[in-house]
Ligand binder design. Structure first.
Ligand SMILES: [Zn+2]
Ligand SMILES: [Zn+2]
Length: 247
């Protein structure tokens, strides 16, 4: 259903010698709309696109470790930065930087679907939207990621405390793990429920907000479980979004 793009509307060589870039023949297929290729683009514009793509690669990292190291403050400033993830997806395609796509499509999963479909109006008045392919990727990906987030929560709070668990709190950690596991299914009071985005953490947001106090050993254990789960999910992003894996 979701086919990886074998042919992108991109410039074949960004360090090209001339101002005219070759356009790739459109691989027309029944379920893929015809793609309009940019046949001529001034060299300075190519360089600009490349520079922006390079900058964005630092904001939309390819590895989980780099992703986890980015703090909220490092993200692109703006009154509504999340909507600009759409532009990053489009730029990844335009600049032929497929390595940006898993992380940029993942970022799009934090945008509510109605706003995602709408896109946003750029400063030049053009409505920036995802292509139909990318929109499908994000909507399918959202569903997969939400399911994986629920599975992650079950794994994170599985009732198996740390071997080093010392019951220094009033309740024992086994009971706390069971409470933590059951609560998100029952109520929607907390800030964190199952979802496609990682803006909130089961360990640092949910547990703290629910005022569940684990012993230090168990706190460390569940933090590691969440990290492991997210690292696993991160590796699966290209497959979740139906992208080619070319590393
Ligand atoms: Zn404990
Ligand atoms: Zn315990």
């Amino acid at each position: 259903m979701l086919q990886a793009k074998t042919c992108r509307p991109a410039v074949t060589s960004l360090e090209g010698r001339g101002d005219v870039t070759r356009s790739l023949p459109a691989a027309a297929s029944a379920d893929e709309p015809p793609v309009v290729y940019i046949t001529e683009r001034p060299k300075f514009l190519e360089q600009l696109v490349r520079q922006v793509a390079d900058y964005l690669t630092s904001q939309y990292p390819t590895t989980y470790e780099a992703y986890a190291a980015i703090t909220v403050e490092d993200h692109i400033p703006g009154s509504d930065p999340s909507i600009h993830h759409i532009a990053v997806v489009n730029l990844a395609t335009l600049s032929d930087t497929p390595s940006l796509l898993p992380s940029a499509l993942f970022a799009c999963c934090s945008i509510p679907p109605n706003r995602l479909v709408q896109g946003f109006e750029r400063e030049d008045g053009v409505q920036e939207q995802l292509s139909l392919d990318d929109l499908t990727r994000v909507l399918v990906g959202r569903a997969d990621l939400t399911k994986l987030d629920a599975e992650a929560a079950v794994a994170i709070f599985r009732p198996w405390p740390s071997p080093c668990c010392r019951e220094i709190q009033s309740k024992n950690c086994l009971e706390l793990l069971q409470t933590a596991l059951v609560k998100p299914f029952g109520s929607r009071n907390g800030p964190k429920s199952f979802g496609p985005s990682w803006e909130l953490s089961w360990v640092t947001d949910y547990v703290i907000d629910m005022n569940i106090l684990f012993c230090p050993a168990c706190e460390k254990l569940i933090a590691r479980r969440e990290d492991d789960k997210r690292r696993d999910i991160w590796k699966r992003l290209p497959s979740i979004f139906g992208l080619e894996v070319d590393t």
